[in-house]
Design a protein around this ligand. Structure first.
Ligand SMILES: Nc1nc2c(ncn2[C@@H]2O[C@H](COP(=O)(O)OP(=O)(O)O)[C@@H](O)[C@H]2O)c(=O)[nH]1
Ligand SMILES: [Mg+2]
Length: 339
């Protein structure tokens, strides 16, 4: 989701700046002018490299405060947003300082007597280096944040999204495969080893996202730690409908009573989101539990299911918010938290 450049740590950035500076060339009418222009060029190359690299980092990090709530919730699990903001502030300061020093020394070198140029050039580097070293810890922080933020999946928070829940082996993956146009893709998701599987389908002109979330909505909520709860909470911002799969054949290995308890708990987790229950594996027979029936394997009942889901998923915004620009719903876990 976040396309972040790789971040150089302080020594690497200084190496890069000095390396480029060493290759700088300059022209001039005579030897004295060439020497002066070369001194200016070396300082400017080093300074610009530092400045543009650091400014690039500041620009590349997502404007965290303007992220859609789904992403904000995930980013909060992964990085300490206040600390990241401080790191970015420090790096921004260093970029500005490098720019200022570069200007100052370019001007002084332009005016100084030729014999003073080598000393001035040295002095310029002597002042640029500590600026970079001063933000070494902040650059380390950015390196870490980048690694963490790569776990944020590429999902479209604007698309109506169906989140699939139910015990393992009830047929969630099979169903997502069966209804998706094209092959569902796996996206990283924080604190799940398997990531989420994202499929898409269309009805009329409307495109939908359907998500299989292994490890998240497939066992009782009581057993969740805080981080897992937050990973689930993020889904609330995304879900415009929840599809819960029951397996009355119990070939999944979980008694129907346990499955019903999970259903109740998922309902409580997504109180404002329309929920549709499908009794899957209808091809295996077994007792009916009073819901829509179908089979991810044979395709039976899926057309009707998708019609109902599409209708429910578009009637309201994510998390039950009224769809057309209505007031946003309070956040499940970060309500009132100042940005
Ligand atoms: N007979 C039958 N088997 C199914 C059906 N849906 C899924 N399965 C099978 O149930 C097993 C678990 O399915 P899977 O999609 O991996 O379940 P998940 O763990 O909920 O994602 C697989 O062997 C599937 O082939 C169905 O409608 N009928
Ligand atoms: Mg699965």
């Amino acid at each position: 989701m976040f396309d972040l450049p790789s971040i150089l740590r302080a020594p690497e950035l200084l190496d890069k700046a000095l390396g480029r500076s060493a290759k700088a060339t300059a022209k001039g009418r005579d030897r004295a002018e060439r020497t002066r222009n070369l001194a200016v060029a070396k300082v400017q190359t080093a300074g610009h490299t530092i400045e543009s690299t650091l400014h690039g980092y500041v620009k590349a990090f997502p404007t965290l405060d303007r992220l859609p709530p789904f992403y904000r919730e995930l980013v909060d699990i992964l990085v300490d947003r206040d600390r990241l903001r401080k790191h970015l502030g420090a790096v921004d300061w260093a970029a500005g300082k490098a720019k200022e020093l570069t200007r100052e020394y370019a001007r002084r070198i332009g005016r100084a007597p030729v014999q003073e140029l080598p000393a001035l050039r040295k002095e310029a580097f002597g002042r640029l280096s500590p600026v970079v070293r001063q933000v070494a810890g902040d650059l380390d922080g950015l390196v870490e944040a980048r690694i963490a933020l790569r776990k944020v999946p590429s999902l479209d928070p604007e698309l109506p999204t169906i989140v699939v829940a139910g015990y393992p082996n009830v047929g969630k993956s099979a169903l997502v495969r069966a209804v998706s146009t094209g092959k569902p893709k796996v996206a990283a998701y924080p604190f799940t080893t398997q990531g989420v599987t994202v499929g898409h389908f269309e009805r009329g002109y409307q495109r939908f996202q359907i998500l299989d979330t292994p490890g998240l909505l497939d066992r009782p909520m009581e057993k969740r730690n805080r981080i897992e709860r937050q990973a689930i909470a993020a889904l609330r911002y995304l879900a415009t409908a929840v599809l819960f799969l029951l397996d009355p054949s119990e070939t999944c290995g979980f008694p129907l009573d346990d499955q019903r308890r999970l259903l109740t708990s998922v309902e409580a987790t997504f109180p404002d989101v329309p929920l549709v229950v499908l009794e899957n594996k209808s091809d295996l027979g077994g007792p009916a539990a009073g819901h829509l029936r179908g089979s991810a394997l044979t395709g039976d009942g899926l057309a009707e299911l998708m019609g109902i889901l599409a209708e429910k998923a578009t009637s309201r915004g994510p998390g039950g918010a009224p769809r057309p620009g209505g007031p946003s719903r309070p956040s499940p876990s970060s309500a009132g938290r100042a940005l």
